[in-house]
Design a protein around this ligand. Sequence first.
Ligand SMILES: *[C@@H]1O[C@H](CO)[C@@H](O)[C@H](O)[C@H]1NC(C)=O
Ligand SMILES: *[C@@H]1O[C@H](CO)[C@@H](O)[C@H](O)[C@H]1NC(C)=O
Length: 213
Amino acid sequence: MEEMEVNMNTLLAAGLLLLFVMPGELYRIPPHEEVARMARFVANQCNWASMATISTHEPVQGQPFSNAFSTSDGPVGSGTGVPYMYLTTMEISVQDLKVNPQASLSMSLAQTDFCKNQGYDPQDPLCAHIIFSGSVLEINGTEATFAKKALFSRHPEMVDWPTDHNWFFAKMNITKVWVLDYFGGVKTVTPEDYFKATPYPTRDTTERTPQPV
Ligand SMILES: *[C@@H]1O[C@H](CO)[C@@H](O)[C@H](O)[C@H]1NC(C)=O
Ligand SMILES: *[C@@H]1O[C@H](CO)[C@@H](O)[C@H](O)[C@H]1NC(C)=O
């Protein structure tokens, strides 16, 4: 009986270990040559972005205005590449978007353990970061249903945000992706290539896949 309990505990411990070990393997950073994959990786790993709008507010009207927003493109490990946001027009940058929906969204692996563990400074080109150009569009219907799931699962407190703020779901409609990763300057990815790319190793790749511990 006692032996069985020990075995159960060992099993449980192994299970927990698997849970903690696997993500690191599954979510391994793509090779830097695969720029579109890297962009998708960064977009999926990051929980928030700095969004620049063209300010409508005095005394900086017409000037870039950068502000932090919670984002999600889906669950970690299976993102769609589309950065979704939960917005209200009570928010200063969203007021800018109502006048001009054009925006720039920046995400960095400096947010994640990757750069910290490697000892990469956020401005180090090895600490991959991306910039989206495009515009922020309100979404509805099934896409909004998906956005809600994607956002609320990664930002649990959103469910409690005050209902009288008229929150709505929005997405960054990407027109260009700029990738700052590795040496040799900025690289760009078209939306088409970006959405075609797979950020994580799949079964049919020759890449190392997670092994049971
Ligand atoms: C959803 O949004 C599109 C474009 O903004 C609009 O044409 C459409 O009527 C909206 N649908 C609903 C159900 O609100
Ligand atoms: C959305 O982005 C695509 C490029 O991916 C572009 O062709 C289209 O004009 C954009 N739509 C809006 C409403 O900005």
